[in-house]
Design a protein around this ligand. Structure first.
Ligand code: FAD
Length: 324
């Protein structure tokens, strides 16, 4: 069933260990700005158990209302149905979610059920002549597409780091529970959740990432990247060649076919700056690149470039950081 008239912005607030993921708070803060311009409200939707604290955080990040829906365990089909039913009831003009795996799973399904469109990997949302325009990268970030969604509500999965999260302590809002009936006959049954050790490292939420590329040369040299990350209290990222060389597990890959990250500081070691890598880290606040080739494309996007052998430079950096 499609939702005909739309008003207000709904944000699906995904939680991990009962806290909202960063991307959801970023989406809420963007929604707050868009809603203020349009004279609308922001409605946060949280699905799970014991989410009062997460609901309060959602209010601080920009929601006017936070709706909590009880569900025991994650199931994309059930969560999608919950969001669909809430969209039918509250009739938002726009639904946003974080660009996590769950967001990318659920939102296209909700769009399909509501017979509307879904923009994924959204880097910006603007308004022209009363219409929302979604900016999304294509061809590995070399081209930016601007999309208008004809259906209502428009649905967008936003790229992590695309919008700033702004938590304001004096913001108040309404928090309440809703009962949403869903089909008991979900075709999807999650029998077990297996957490890969490397997944404990959450690249999308990291404030500092130190990444290594093919230029590190060997598994032994790549350990320097890990040591620098440890010295900076950061996490390790990598390019695809470093993953393929098995210097680090695949879950650390940054880029078009890896993770989209936006830390405050990104240190690229022995990385050329290919578009497929850069498209995953261009949203970083401050980029430092170490490369022995002064013409490497990575220097075009770096705030600070160090020309030299990363194997020699990284130990010096670690020494200096430890001195601070
Ligand atoms: P290279 O391009 O080989 O660069 C190595 C760099 O190290 C060079 O600039 C060199 O000057 C420098 N160097 C060498 N030795 C040293 C030294 N001792 N000290 C300092 N610098 C040194 N790649 C990703 O990273 N992520 C992705 O998600 C991704 N997805 C892709 C998807 C598709 C469809 C395709 C086709 C490709 C994808 N790639 C991805 C691969 C991408 O195109 C590049 O090949 C890759 O990013 C290059 O990795 P690199 O910078 O480590 O290696």
């Amino acid at each position: 069933m499609s939702v005909s008239v739309g008003k207000n912005i709904m944000v699906y607030v995904e939680t991990v260990s009962k806290s909202p993921v960063s991307g959801a708070l970023e989406a809420l803060s963007k929604a707050h700005k868009l809603a203020a311009d349009r004279g609308e409200k922001v409605i946060a939707v949280l699905i799970g158990l014991d989410l009062e604290e997460a609901a309060r955080t959602s209010i601080l990040a920009g929601a006017d209302q936070a709706i909590m829906v009880n569900r025991e365990a994650y199931n994309m089909e059930v969560y999608g149905e919950v969001l669909t039913k809430l969209a039918e009831k509250y009739r938002p003009s726009l639904i946003l979610s974080a660009g996590t795996l769950a967001g990318k799973d659920i939102m296209p399904m909700v769009a399909c059920r509501l017979h509307t469109g879904c923009a994924v990997d959204v880097m910006d949302i603007t308004e022209t002549d009363g219409q929302l325009v979604f900016t999304c990268p294509v061809y590995g970030g070399t081209v930016l597409n601007q999309l208008i969604i004809k259906g209502t509500p428009a649905i967008a999965v936003v790229r992590s780091g695309a919008f700033a999260k702004e938590l304001t302590s004096e913001r108040t809002g309404e928090i309440f529970k809703e009962k949403v009936e869903t089909e008991e006959t979900s075709r999807l049954k999650i029998v077990d959740v297996v957490k890969e050790m490397a997944e404990a490292v959450n690249l999308e939420e990291a404030e500092v990432i130190v990444s290594g590329g093919r230029g590190m040369g060997s598994l032994e040299n790549f350990k320097l990247v890990e040591q620098l990350a440890e010295a900076c209290h950061g996490v390790v990222g990598a390019t695809r060649p470093a993953i393929e060389a098995e210097w680090v597990p695949r879950s650390h890959q940054v880029g078009q076919s890896g993770k989209i990250v936006a830390p405050k500081l990104y240190i690229a070691c022995g990385i050329s700056g290919a578009t497929q890598h850069v498209s995953g880290m261009i949203g970083s606040g401050y980029i430092v690149a170490i490369n022995k080739d002064e013409d490497a494309p990575v220097f075009d996007i770096a705030d600070v470039g160090i020309v030299g052998d990363a194997v020699k430079i990284i130990p010096l950096l670690i020494e200096e950081i430890k001195r601070i």
